[in-house]
Design a protein around this ligand. Structure first.
Ligand SMILES: Nc1ncnc2c1ncn2[C@@H]1O[C@H](COP(=O)(O)OS(=O)(=O)O)[C@@H](OP(=O)(O)O)[C@H]1O
Ligand SMILES: [Mg+2]
Ligand SMILES: [Mg+2]
Ligand SMILES: [Mg+2]
Length: 396
């Protein structure tokens, strides 16, 4: 059953559409070069983030459970709605509230700073009380099912406050958690891929990342260009700490395996990932780059940072992302994916080969786009990217 998006009628208040899980408002839709030096990495590798990692894994796993519950209900509902703008659902809010709350409960002694995608502006408007209550019930139900914090049941006010903890500006000083409560909301609504993406910045560097991908198959998706009707067991959690490698386990277990990016160095054998949504990345540009490189396989289009997770375990070798002119990338769309790939031996740069700099606040300032591959393929990929961009510019 396909779920389309809700058309946005210009009402300045929360639009609870016929789909009770989709919350949207016009305002909300608008809410939308520094390499990790080896010396810094070495310094971090001797630093322990054990407590933070355990808290982040717990937070992301519970948020994944909340999203799975809502996605099941969305897909069982018979609602058709439509929009060409960015959607938000009760699961985005619920996931953000849950992660914010769990991190603060698990790490009570730390100064808490969270840079996250959602805020409660629209939830505070007239008519949004019912939505607030639905989100609060979801959060309390997940906490109760886990048996955590049975001493406290959250009020709607607690939930709204937990969401609003995500307003931090981040930056190059101190520690900041970085969260995308549902990355790939459009994929989530289609029943496809999405991720709960949580990272920790320490002095401007990503030092920890957890990517929960509830719909990603446990086994490789290599060779499968389709994101639909995924067979077999699904639900993966990737996690990395700087200097410690990347690991993955099923969302239903905690027995982790170390993952590594593909070592393929012949582009003819390489496959590449790109956004499912053509509005999020220029598919014509990636196709010209792939052709120049000699890539034979068609692009694998999947939503969200699940692309970084899949690449970190070698399901594909290249990820190309070229937003249309004027779009500014946000740090929560890449921080967790970046460290998951980097710690698995991959390289993530902008289109000019500059490392991504997560220390500049809520946005990433970068040249043209983001490219990801293994160390061996990066030089030829950069050359193909440069040439294709030059050709595109001269053809305009
Ligand atoms: N115009 C435009 N260009 C580039 N990127 C955009 C654009 N609009 C949105 N976004 C962001 O894309 C996030 C979804 O990630 P992907 O693009 O990898 O997924 S998808 O395949 O396109 O669905 C998506 O993340 P979520 O909002 O968390 O779903 C957005 O932050
Ligand atoms: Mg969004
Ligand atoms: Mg996102
Ligand atoms: Mg999101």
């Amino acid at each position: 059953m396909s779920i389309n998006f809700v058309s946005i009628i210009a009402k300045p208040k929360i639009t609870i559409t016929t789909n009770p899980f989709l919350v949207s408002s016009p305002l909300l839709f608008f809410s939308n070069k520094t390499k990790t030096k080896p010396s810094i990495l070495t310094a971090f590798s001797s630093m322990s983030y054990d407590k933070e990692l355990a808290a982040a894994k717990k937070a992301a796993s519970l948020a994944a459970r909340l999203c799975q519950k809502v996605q099941k209900a969305i897909l069982q509902s018979d609602v058709q709605s439509k929009s060409d703008k960015s959607p938000v659902t009760v699961a985005d809010y619920g996931s953000q509230a849950l992660v914010s709350y769990v991190l603060q409960r698990e790490l009570p002694s730390e100064l808490f700073s969270l840079v996250a995608e959602e805020d409660s502006e629209d939830l505070r408007k007239d008519g949004a009380q019912e939505t607030q209550e639905r989100i609060t019930k979801l959060v309390n139900d997940i906490l109760a099912s886990d048996g955590s914090y049975s001493d406290s049941i959250l009020s709607t006010d607690d939930v709204v406050k937990a969401i609003d903890c995500g307003k931090s500006e981040g930056g190059s000083r101190g520690r900041h958690w970085v969260l995308d409560p549902i990355d790939g909301t459009k994929g989530f609504l289609r029943g496809d891929q999405y991720a709960i993406a949580l990272a920790l910045l320490d002095e401007g560097t990503v030092v920890l990342g957890v990517l929960a991908c509830p719909n990603l198959p446990i086994t490789s998706i290599a060779g499968g260009g389709s994101h639909h009707s995924l067979p077999g067991e699904v639900g993966c959690l990737f996690f990395s700490v700087a200097g410690g490698g990347t690991y993955m386990h099923s969302l239903d277990s905690s027995s982790a395996v170390k993952v590594q990016v593909s070592s393929i160095d012949n582009p003819e054998e390489a496959s590449f990932f790109e956004s499912y949504e053509a509005a999020h990345s220029m598919h014509d540009l990636s196709s010209s780059i792939a052709k120049k490189l000699g890539v034979k396989a068609p692009p694998v289009r999947i939503d969200s940072q699940a692309k970084y997770g899949a690449l970190s375990r070698g399901d594909g070798v290249i990820y190309l992302r070229f937003p249309h002119k004027g779009y500014r990338e946000k740090i929560w769309d890449h921080a967790a994916g970046y460290i998951v790939v980097a710690e698995a031996g991959g390289v993530v740069t902008d289109a000019a080969g500059n490392p991504l700099d997560f220390s500049k606040g809520r946005y990433l300032d970068l040249d043209t786009g983001i490219i990801v591959t293994n160390q061996k393929l990066m030089p030829s990929l950069l050359k193909a990217v440069r040439e294709s961009i030059e050709e595109k510019i001269s053809s305009l």
